[in-house]
Design a protein around this ligand. Structure first.
Ligand SMILES: *Cc1c(COP(=O)(O)O)cnc(C)c1O
Length: 372
Protein backbone atom coordinates (compact mmCIF):
# COMPACT_ATOMS: atom_id res chain seq x y z
CA UNK A 1 0.00 0.00 0.00
CA UNK A 2 1.06 3.58 -0.66
CA UNK A 3 0.53 5.49 2.54
CA UNK A 4 0.76 9.06 3.83
CA UNK A 5 0.79 9.02 7.62
CA UNK A 6 0.33 12.31 9.48
CA UNK A 7 1.78 12.67 12.98
CA UNK A 8 -0.22 15.07 15.19
CA UNK A 9 2.47 14.75 17.90
CA UNK A 10 5.07 16.19 15.55
CA UNK A 11 2.78 19.08 14.55
CA UNK A 12 2.18 19.98 18.18
CA UNK A 13 5.90 19.71 18.92
CA UNK A 14 6.71 22.05 16.02
CA UNK A 15 4.02 24.53 17.07
CA UNK A 16 5.62 24.57 20.52
CA UNK A 17 8.97 25.33 18.89
CA UNK A 18 7.33 28.36 17.27
CA UNK A 19 5.95 29.44 20.64
CA UNK A 20 9.40 29.10 22.21
CA UNK A 21 10.97 31.26 19.54
CA UNK A 22 8.16 33.82 19.42
CA UNK A 23 6.73 33.79 22.95
CA UNK A 24 4.90 37.13 22.76
CA UNK A 25 3.53 37.05 19.21
CA UNK A 26 0.24 35.59 18.13
CA UNK A 27 0.51 32.68 15.70
CA UNK A 28 -1.22 32.48 12.34
CA UNK A 29 -0.57 28.84 11.39
CA UNK A 30 -0.41 28.59 7.62
CA UNK A 31 -2.56 25.73 6.31
CA UNK A 32 -2.82 26.80 2.66
CA UNK A 33 -2.50 24.21 -0.13
CA UNK A 34 -4.28 21.60 1.98
CA UNK A 35 -1.88 22.21 4.86
CA UNK A 36 1.19 21.87 2.65
CA UNK A 37 -0.18 18.56 1.39
CA UNK A 38 -0.77 17.12 4.87
CA UNK A 39 -4.56 17.57 4.78
CA UNK A 40 -6.33 20.38 6.64
CA UNK A 41 -8.62 17.99 8.43
CA UNK A 42 -5.67 15.94 9.69
CA UNK A 43 -3.70 18.92 11.00
CA UNK A 44 -6.31 21.22 12.57
CA UNK A 45 -6.77 19.20 15.79
CA UNK A 46 -3.01 19.48 16.48
CA UNK A 47 -2.99 23.24 15.82
CA UNK A 48 -5.69 24.22 18.31
CA UNK A 49 -3.19 26.33 20.27
CA UNK A 50 -2.59 28.62 17.29
CA UNK A 51 -4.40 31.99 17.36
CA UNK A 52 -5.51 31.72 13.77
CA UNK A 53 -4.89 29.92 10.51
CA UNK A 54 -3.86 31.29 7.13
CA UNK A 55 -5.15 30.10 3.76
CA UNK A 56 -4.77 31.28 0.17
CA UNK A 57 -8.24 30.76 -1.26
CA UNK A 58 -11.83 31.33 -0.25
CA UNK A 59 -12.55 27.63 -0.82
CA UNK A 60 -9.80 26.68 1.63
CA UNK A 61 -11.23 29.14 4.16
CA UNK A 62 -14.75 27.74 3.85
CA UNK A 63 -13.42 24.20 4.25
CA UNK A 64 -11.72 25.18 7.51
CA UNK A 65 -14.93 26.82 8.81
CA UNK A 66 -16.84 23.65 7.88
CA UNK A 67 -14.35 21.68 9.95
CA UNK A 68 -15.28 23.83 12.92
CA UNK A 69 -12.34 26.25 13.11
CA UNK A 70 -13.89 29.36 14.66
CA UNK A 71 -10.86 31.48 15.50
CA UNK A 72 -9.30 33.81 12.95
CA UNK A 73 -8.90 32.73 9.35
CA UNK A 74 -6.54 34.98 7.40
CA UNK A 75 -7.10 35.02 3.64
CA UNK A 76 -3.63 35.89 2.35
CA UNK A 77 -4.56 36.94 -1.19
CA UNK A 78 -7.80 38.54 -0.09
CA UNK A 79 -10.88 38.31 -2.31
CA UNK A 80 -11.11 38.55 -6.10
CA UNK A 81 -14.45 40.38 -6.48
CA UNK A 82 -17.28 42.06 -4.60
CA UNK A 83 -19.34 38.86 -4.25
CA UNK A 84 -16.41 37.12 -2.58
CA UNK A 85 -16.06 40.04 -0.18
CA UNK A 86 -19.64 39.40 0.92
CA UNK A 87 -18.81 35.70 1.41
CA UNK A 88 -15.77 36.68 3.46
CA UNK A 89 -18.02 38.74 5.73
CA UNK A 90 -20.63 35.99 5.94
CA UNK A 91 -17.93 33.57 7.10
CA UNK A 92 -16.04 35.90 9.43
CA UNK A 93 -12.79 35.86 7.41
CA UNK A 94 -9.94 38.33 7.92
CA UNK A 95 -8.83 39.35 4.44
CA UNK A 96 -5.64 40.78 3.09
CA UNK A 97 -6.23 44.03 1.26
CA UNK A 98 -3.42 44.51 -1.20
CA UNK A 99 -4.77 46.90 -3.86
CA UNK A 100 -7.43 49.54 -4.52
CA UNK A 101 -10.19 47.30 -5.95
CA UNK A 102 -10.20 45.28 -2.71
CA UNK A 103 -10.16 48.52 -0.71
CA UNK A 104 -13.24 49.78 -2.55
CA UNK A 105 -15.15 46.53 -1.93
CA UNK A 106 -14.29 46.80 1.76
CA UNK A 107 -15.36 50.45 1.96
CA UNK A 108 -18.64 49.77 0.13
CA UNK A 109 -19.62 47.04 2.55
CA UNK A 110 -18.37 47.34 6.12
CA UNK A 111 -19.10 44.32 8.34
CA UNK A 112 -20.66 44.59 11.80
CA UNK A 113 -18.33 45.38 14.68
CA UNK A 114 -18.26 41.83 16.06
CA UNK A 115 -17.32 40.34 12.70
CA UNK A 116 -13.73 39.12 12.28
CA UNK A 117 -13.86 40.56 8.77
CA UNK A 118 -13.71 43.95 10.50
CA UNK A 119 -10.02 43.15 11.04
CA UNK A 120 -8.02 43.29 7.80
CA UNK A 121 -4.42 42.60 6.86
CA UNK A 122 -3.13 45.65 5.00
CA UNK A 123 -0.39 44.51 2.66
CA UNK A 124 2.69 46.66 2.17
CA UNK A 125 5.15 45.98 -0.65
CA UNK A 126 8.57 46.27 0.98
CA UNK A 127 10.62 44.63 -1.77
CA UNK A 128 9.09 41.31 -2.79
CA UNK A 129 7.28 43.17 -5.57
CA UNK A 130 4.32 40.87 -5.83
CA UNK A 131 1.35 42.14 -3.82
CA UNK A 132 0.83 45.28 -1.79
CA UNK A 133 0.38 49.02 -1.59
CA UNK A 134 3.54 51.07 -1.95
CA UNK A 135 5.00 53.83 0.17
CA UNK A 136 2.94 56.47 -1.66
CA UNK A 137 -0.45 54.77 -1.47
CA UNK A 138 -0.51 52.86 1.79
CA UNK A 139 -1.12 55.82 4.11
CA UNK A 140 -4.20 56.79 2.12
CA UNK A 141 -5.47 53.18 2.15
CA UNK A 142 -4.89 52.86 5.89
CA UNK A 143 -6.60 56.17 6.68
CA UNK A 144 -9.70 55.28 4.67
CA UNK A 145 -9.95 51.83 6.24
CA UNK A 146 -9.55 53.33 9.70
CA UNK A 147 -12.20 55.99 9.01
CA UNK A 148 -14.62 53.27 7.89
CA UNK A 149 -14.12 51.43 11.20
CA UNK A 150 -11.62 48.73 10.28
CA UNK A 151 -8.90 47.40 12.57
CA UNK A 152 -5.66 46.73 10.75
CA UNK A 153 -2.62 44.48 10.80
CA UNK A 154 0.13 45.95 8.61
CA UNK A 155 1.75 43.03 6.84
CA UNK A 156 4.53 42.29 4.40
CA UNK A 157 6.44 39.23 3.22
CA UNK A 158 10.21 38.55 3.08
CA UNK A 159 11.75 37.65 -0.27
CA UNK A 160 14.96 36.16 1.17
CA UNK A 161 14.36 35.28 4.81
CA UNK A 162 15.92 31.83 4.32
CA UNK A 163 19.25 33.57 3.64
CA UNK A 164 20.04 35.52 6.82
CA UNK A 165 22.77 37.63 5.20
CA UNK A 166 20.82 38.73 2.13
CA UNK A 167 20.93 42.54 1.96
CA UNK A 168 17.22 42.89 1.11
CA UNK A 169 16.26 41.57 4.55
CA UNK A 170 17.59 44.66 6.31
CA UNK A 171 15.86 46.92 3.81
CA UNK A 172 12.50 45.15 4.14
CA UNK A 173 12.72 45.19 7.94
CA UNK A 174 13.52 48.90 7.95
CA UNK A 175 10.75 49.85 5.52
CA UNK A 176 8.27 47.84 7.55
CA UNK A 177 9.33 49.32 10.88
CA UNK A 178 9.21 52.87 9.47
CA UNK A 179 5.76 52.46 7.95
CA UNK A 180 4.31 50.80 11.04
CA UNK A 181 5.56 53.72 13.14
CA UNK A 182 4.06 56.23 10.69
CA UNK A 183 0.68 54.49 10.65
CA UNK A 184 0.64 54.36 14.45
CA UNK A 185 1.50 58.08 14.57
CA UNK A 186 -0.85 59.35 11.92
CA UNK A 187 -3.69 56.81 11.59
CA UNK A 188 -4.14 54.78 14.77
CA UNK A 189 -2.09 53.56 17.73
CA UNK A 190 -3.91 50.24 17.37
CA UNK A 191 -2.39 49.21 14.04
CA UNK A 192 -0.72 45.82 14.55
CA UNK A 193 2.21 44.36 12.62
CA UNK A 194 3.09 41.03 11.00
CA UNK A 195 6.30 40.41 9.10
CA UNK A 196 7.64 36.89 9.63
CA UNK A 197 7.11 33.56 7.92
CA UNK A 198 9.00 30.53 9.32
CA UNK A 199 12.42 31.63 8.08
CA UNK A 200 11.85 35.18 9.28
CA UNK A 201 10.77 34.15 12.75
CA UNK A 202 13.86 31.95 13.14
CA UNK A 203 16.36 34.38 11.63
CA UNK A 204 14.98 37.71 12.87
CA UNK A 205 13.79 37.42 16.47
CA UNK A 206 13.75 41.23 16.72
CA UNK A 207 10.99 41.43 14.07
CA UNK A 208 8.20 39.24 15.40
CA UNK A 209 5.73 42.12 16.02
CA UNK A 210 2.13 41.12 16.85
CA UNK A 211 1.64 38.11 14.59
CA UNK A 212 4.05 35.52 13.15
CA UNK A 213 2.95 33.39 10.19
CA UNK A 214 4.78 30.05 10.28
CA UNK A 215 4.10 27.49 7.57
CA UNK A 216 6.79 25.03 6.59
CA UNK A 217 8.35 24.70 10.04
CA UNK A 218 5.04 23.47 11.49
CA UNK A 219 5.33 20.52 9.14
CA UNK A 220 8.88 19.77 10.24
CA UNK A 221 10.86 21.01 7.25
CA UNK A 222 13.68 23.49 7.53
CA UNK A 223 12.95 27.05 6.39
CA UNK A 224 16.64 27.98 6.52
CA UNK A 225 19.28 27.51 3.86
CA UNK A 226 22.02 25.07 4.88
CA UNK A 227 20.38 24.26 8.23
CA UNK A 228 18.56 20.96 8.68
CA UNK A 229 15.18 20.49 10.33
CA UNK A 230 16.93 18.37 12.92
CA UNK A 231 19.29 21.19 13.86
CA UNK A 232 16.24 23.41 14.39
CA UNK A 233 14.59 20.74 16.55
CA UNK A 234 11.72 20.25 14.11
CA UNK A 235 10.07 16.88 13.55
CA UNK A 236 8.66 15.73 10.20
CA UNK A 237 4.87 15.56 10.45
CA UNK A 238 4.52 13.21 7.49
CA UNK A 239 5.67 9.69 6.79
CA UNK A 240 5.36 8.76 3.10
CA UNK A 241 5.77 5.05 2.47
CA UNK A 242 5.10 2.16 0.11
CA UNK A 243 5.99 -1.52 -0.11
CA UNK A 244 8.26 -3.87 -2.00
CA UNK A 245 6.06 -5.55 -4.62
CA UNK A 246 8.65 -7.78 -6.32
CA UNK A 247 12.28 -8.89 -5.91
CA UNK A 248 14.73 -9.38 -8.79
CA UNK A 249 18.35 -10.02 -9.53
CA UNK A 250 19.75 -8.03 -12.45
CA UNK A 251 22.68 -9.41 -14.45
CA UNK A 252 25.74 -7.43 -15.53
CA UNK A 253 24.89 -5.31 -18.56
CA UNK A 254 21.12 -5.40 -17.97
CA UNK A 255 19.30 -2.07 -17.98
CA UNK A 256 16.45 -0.97 -15.74
CA UNK A 257 13.24 0.84 -16.65
CA UNK A 258 12.17 3.36 -19.29
CA UNK A 259 14.98 4.64 -21.47
CA UNK A 260 17.20 1.80 -20.18
CA UNK A 261 19.53 4.43 -18.81
CA UNK A 262 20.78 2.65 -15.71
CA UNK A 263 22.91 -0.35 -16.58
CA UNK A 264 24.14 -2.87 -13.99
CA UNK A 265 27.93 -2.93 -13.66
CA UNK A 266 27.68 -6.03 -11.48
CA UNK A 267 25.00 -8.52 -10.55
CA UNK A 268 22.57 -6.49 -8.45
CA UNK A 269 19.69 -7.42 -6.15
CA UNK A 270 16.84 -5.05 -6.86
CA UNK A 271 13.31 -4.55 -5.64
CA UNK A 272 10.27 -2.96 -7.24
CA UNK A 273 8.48 -0.48 -5.05
CA UNK A 274 4.87 0.45 -5.71
CA UNK A 275 5.30 4.21 -5.84
CA UNK A 276 5.77 6.67 -8.69
CA UNK A 277 5.11 10.16 -9.95
CA UNK A 278 1.42 9.26 -10.05
CA UNK A 279 1.60 9.40 -6.26
CA UNK A 280 3.69 12.55 -6.12
CA UNK A 281 7.11 10.96 -5.84
CA UNK A 282 9.39 13.16 -8.00
CA UNK A 283 10.40 11.83 -11.42
CA UNK A 284 13.51 13.96 -11.69
CA UNK A 285 16.06 12.64 -9.18
CA UNK A 286 19.85 12.72 -9.14
CA UNK A 287 21.86 9.52 -8.82
CA UNK A 288 22.26 9.84 -5.04
CA UNK A 289 18.54 9.67 -4.26
CA UNK A 290 17.62 6.86 -1.89
CA UNK A 291 14.77 5.38 0.14
CA UNK A 292 14.82 3.48 3.45
CA UNK A 293 13.82 -0.17 3.47
CA UNK A 294 12.67 -1.69 6.75
CA UNK A 295 13.54 -5.33 7.34
CA UNK A 296 10.62 -6.65 9.38
CA UNK A 297 12.52 -9.49 11.05
CA UNK A 298 15.28 -7.29 12.48
CA UNK A 299 13.42 -3.91 12.41
CA UNK A 300 16.60 -2.54 10.83
CA UNK A 301 16.44 0.27 8.30
CA UNK A 302 18.61 0.18 5.15
CA UNK A 303 19.28 3.06 2.76
CA UNK A 304 18.70 1.85 -0.80
CA UNK A 305 19.47 3.92 -3.92
CA UNK A 306 16.83 4.51 -6.61
CA UNK A 307 17.90 3.01 -9.96
CA UNK A 308 16.57 3.86 -13.41
CA UNK A 309 13.69 6.20 -14.18
CA UNK A 310 10.87 6.84 -11.77
CA UNK A 311 7.69 5.69 -13.55
CA UNK A 312 4.05 6.58 -12.88
CA UNK A 313 3.40 3.61 -10.63
CA UNK A 314 6.74 2.11 -9.63
CA UNK A 315 10.41 2.56 -8.98
CA UNK A 316 13.32 0.16 -8.81
CA UNK A 317 15.76 0.26 -5.91
CA UNK A 318 19.09 -1.41 -5.26
CA UNK A 319 18.76 -3.64 -2.18
CA UNK A 320 22.34 -4.95 -2.13
CA UNK A 321 22.83 -3.67 1.42
CA UNK A 322 19.82 -5.54 2.85
CA UNK A 323 19.72 -9.15 4.17
CA UNK A 324 19.00 -11.73 1.45
CA UNK A 325 16.01 -12.80 3.54
CA UNK A 326 14.30 -9.45 2.92
CA UNK A 327 10.60 -10.19 2.48
CA UNK A 328 8.09 -9.23 -0.15
CA UNK A 329 5.86 -6.36 1.09
CA UNK A 330 8.62 -4.89 3.26
CA UNK A 331 7.98 -1.27 4.13
CA UNK A 332 9.81 1.39 2.09
CA UNK A 333 10.05 4.95 3.39
CA UNK A 334 10.12 7.54 0.59
CA UNK A 335 10.39 10.35 3.11
CA UNK A 336 9.88 10.77 6.82
CA UNK A 337 12.71 10.79 9.37
CA UNK A 338 15.20 9.17 6.95
CA UNK A 339 15.35 10.34 4.28
CA UNK A 340 13.91 13.69 5.29
CA UNK A 341 11.71 15.33 2.64
CA UNK A 342 14.24 18.20 2.44
CA UNK A 343 16.91 15.67 1.48
CA UNK A 344 14.72 14.14 -1.24
CA UNK A 345 13.96 17.65 -2.47
CA UNK A 346 17.69 18.34 -2.77
CA UNK A 347 18.07 15.27 -4.95
CA UNK A 348 15.09 16.45 -7.03
CA UNK A 349 16.34 20.01 -7.55
CA UNK A 350 13.46 21.54 -5.60
CA UNK A 351 12.32 22.37 -2.08
CA UNK A 352 10.43 20.32 0.49
CA UNK A 353 7.42 22.65 0.11
CA UNK A 354 6.88 21.51 -3.49
CA UNK A 355 7.21 17.79 -2.84
CA UNK A 356 4.72 18.02 0.03
CA UNK A 357 2.18 20.12 -1.91
CA UNK A 358 2.19 18.02 -5.05
CA UNK A 359 1.34 14.66 -3.50
CA UNK A 360 -1.56 13.13 -5.39
CA UNK A 361 -4.82 11.75 -4.03
CA UNK A 362 -3.77 8.14 -4.72
CA UNK A 363 -1.84 7.29 -1.55
CA UNK A 364 -4.02 6.18 1.34
CA UNK A 365 -4.07 8.77 4.10
CA UNK A 366 -3.92 7.91 7.73
CA UNK A 367 -2.57 9.31 10.98
CA UNK A 368 -0.93 8.12 14.15
CA UNK A 369 -3.09 8.37 17.24
CA UNK A 370 -2.15 11.32 19.42
CA UNK A 371 -0.70 8.93 22.02
CA UNK A 372 1.99 7.55 19.71
C1 LIG B 1 2.95 30.88 2.78
C2 LIG B 1 3.08 32.12 3.53
C3 LIG B 1 3.67 32.12 4.81
C4 LIG B 1 4.34 30.91 5.40
O1 LIG B 1 5.60 30.72 4.81
P1 LIG B 1 6.59 29.56 5.28
O2 LIG B 1 7.84 29.81 4.52
O3 LIG B 1 5.95 28.27 4.88
O4 LIG B 1 6.73 29.69 6.74
C5 LIG B 1 3.66 33.30 5.52
N1 LIG B 1 3.11 34.42 5.01
C6 LIG B 1 2.57 34.47 3.79
C7 LIG B 1 1.98 35.73 3.27
C8 LIG B 1 2.55 33.32 3.00
O5 LIG B 1 2.02 33.37 1.77
Amino acid sequence: MRTITIKPQALTHNLNQVKKRAPTAKILAMVKANAYGHGVKAVLPALQQADGIGVATLIEALEARDLGWNKMIGLIEGVFNQAEWQQAIDNDLSCVIHHYPQLEWALDNVPAIANQARQVWLKYNTGMNRLGFNEQTILDAAQRLHDAGYRMILTTHFANADDVDHPLNTIQKQRFADMLARLRDTVSQDVQGSLCNSAGLVNFPDSHYDWVRPGIMLYGSSPIKNTSANELNLQPAMDFSAQIMALQTIKVGDAIGYGSHWIAQQETRTALVSIGYGDGYPRILDKNAYVSVIDESSKQSYPCPVRGRVAMDMIVIDISSTPTTLALNSKVILWGSVPHVDEVANHAGTIGYELLCRLSTRPVRTQTSSLE
